[in-house]
Write a protein that binds this ligand. Structure first.
Ligand code: MSP
Length: 534
């Protein structure tokens, strides 16, 4: 069985509606997944929702409904949004799923039996409002706990702890020895420093008396599992991991074909959740070092430099944007207007400017004028011409370099950027080709060539070149702009039997000369109508 490219994202909390940050992460994963399918690889793309925990229980209580009912409503909003944004996942990880619950409990039981989980008593200051124990870090400059903590009382509570610190040295060595464990590099350094400061174990239970919306501990029914331990496990529970088998090599073949995953997460959940808890959890249940997942850590979308938050009321709603501008416009903006790993400021004006200049003016216009000329000058039929048989001319040399050197350089850039998980940069290959094709139209002026019988073959070659370039551009943009790519193929009348299906696109087809002599093309239909702002 061939190895599968396994990609996951963080699963989203169902305590409030999706926002632009959630949308960015899922689109990024979808684009990377589509690129791997384009390369002909088998892909397993998992995403889903994180349904348990205190935040969700509190939001449900505020809304006056049971948590199970509350999460159902929010989950629907996520599912609808992914559909609207063409995010095409292969499996859905909802942490209330009985299969997941069984896996979490199986792992907990094993760790408990092995002595990696123990019970202990904690005594200290407890915030009733925030429902958590406080440490000295939470004290203000005056040494007191601030009003945000509400009533603070002294409490004693028994809980279960996972022996995290026992694995600290292992984690340090693992990070030091594994290049690209975390991408980008500076995040790996950040994690290394955080692990260096690690002390103490991880409390993995909550007494049911204060939180009951969670997975019950299999060895003590008075407690539920801490939400992060539960949520992190989704990456293996939904991929076919069997908790009863402790040796990694004995895990079901289906699981091992998928694992290890490329995991896409935001910068806020690297330390401590994914970089420390998750890697140590995997190590503790027997995953070898070469089976640790790779963590791709993206930055945040802010608004005028400020963090988006519900309380500040500056949330950007991806659903409304997709409704207004279409999924492709939003996907294009999210991929092209941020540098992988860095933060970016969301700007609806820039979304419009980028769309109008790159898609409406450059690509849309190229498509439109190419098809129009083929219909006006050649009755809708393109003709293949051996360019080397044409007399020397400036246009001929452009045709040659653009179909050979530029195509190859573009393909190299495209695959290199995708290999480094930078789809935004990869897009510059099809965009450059679009611009050079528009330049070719100006240089060759087909409307003049058509008037001169002697130039008939050159005209054929130019129009073939434009249509064939568009076919290749469609393939290259398809991971980011699936709808537009189908639109281009449809109008070129190309692979119509697979219209609307992702299998229609393959990187292998991005080679010069695919369109046959005599191909009849369709009439132009606007792909990217300009967004007018006034
Ligand atoms: N439920 C946890 C993840 C559990 S994974 C086992 C969680 N949920 S979240 O809803 O708060 O965030 C989900 C993802 O969205 C995270 O990767 C987070 O970094 C990302 N983003 C949340 N706000 C964001 C922005 N403003 N910008 C970009 N991504 C952001 O954390």
């Amino acid at each position: 069985m061939a190895k599968t490219f396994y990609i996951t994202t963080a699963i989203d909390y169902t305590n409030s509606a999706p926002h632009i940050g959630h949308a960015y992460e899922k689109v990024l994963a979808d684009v990377i997944a589509r690129y791997h399918r384009l390369k002909g690889e088998k892909v397993f793309f998992l995403t889903g929702v994180d349904q348990h925990g205190q935040k969700v229980q509190q939001s449900a209580a505020k809304a006056g409904v049971a948590p199970a009912e509350f999460v159902k409503g929010i989950t629907e909003q996520f599912v609808d949004l992914w559909k609207k944004l063409d995010v095409q996942y292969d499996a859905w990880a909802a942490t209330t799923d009985p299969l997941h619950k069984k896996c979490v409990q199986g792992i907990l039981q094993r760790l408990f039996d092995e002595g990696q989980i123990y019970k202990d008593k904690q005594a200290g200051h407890y915030s009733v409002r925030q429902e958590q124990f406080l440490t000295d870090k939470e004290r203000g400059p005056d040494g007191e706990f601030g009003p945000e903590w509400g009533d603070v009382e002294f409490r004693e509570e028994e809980n279960y702890y996972f022996r995290l610190s026992k694995h600290k040295e292992w984690l340090l060595t693992y990070i030091d020895n594994r290049k690209n464990a975390i991408i980008p590099d500076f995040r790996q350094t950040e994690l290394r420093n955080a692990v260096g400061r690690l002390s103490g174990d991880l409390c993995i239970s909550r007494p049911k008396s204060r939180l009951d919306w969670g997975i019950e501990l299999p060895f003590d029914k008075d407690f539920v599992n801490y939400v992060w331990f539960d949520a992190l496990t989704n990456y293996i529970s939904f991929a076919g991991y069997d908790p009863k088998i402790d040796k990694y090599e004995d895990q079901p073949q289906g699981f091992r074909d998928r694992w290890p995953a490329l995991q896409i997460i935001g910068k806020d959940i690297l330390v401590p959740a994914h970089g420390i808890y998750w890697l140590i959890m995997l190590h503790a249940i027997g995953f070898p070092d070469d089976q640790m997942p790779q963590l791709l850590v993206h930055g945040w979308w802010n608004l005028s430099g400020a963090k988006m938050s519900k309380s500040a009321g500056n949330i950007v709603d991806p659903d409304a944007l997709a409704e207004k501008y279409g999924a492709d416009a939003l996907r294009y903006y999210l991929m092209s207007a941020i540098v992988m790993g860095k933060d970016a400021d969301f700007s609806e004006e820039l979304l419009i400017v980028d769309f109008n200049s790159d898609l409406a003016n450059a690509l849309g216009n190229l498509m439109n004028r190419t098809l129009n000329m083929i219909h006006r000058f050649q009755n809708g039929t393109i003709k293949w011409i051996d360019v080397t048989t044409l007399p020397e001319s400036q246009v001929r040399s452009h045709l040659q370099t653009w179909s050979e050197d530029e195509l190859q350089a573009g393909a190299r850039l495209y695959t290199n950027e995708f290999a480094d998980f930078r789809p935004g940069n990869a897009l510059s290959a099809p965009l450059a080709r679009t611009l050079s094709c528009n330049a070719l139209v100006e240089i060759s002026a087909p409307w003049n060539l058509v008037k001169d019988k002697q130039q008939g073959k050159l005209l054929d070659a130019v129009l073939y070149h434009l249509a064939e370039s568009l076919r290749i551009i469609a393939i290259l943009i398809s991971p980011v702009l699936p709808k537009a790519a189908h639109g281009i193929f449809d109008q070129l009348n190309w692979k119509m039997a697979l219209s609307g299906k992702e299998e229609r696109f393959s990187l292998k087809d991005a080679q010069w000369g695919g369109l046959p002599d005599g191909q009849v093309v369709g009439k132009p239909v606007p792909l990217f109508p300009r967004i007018e702002t006034t």
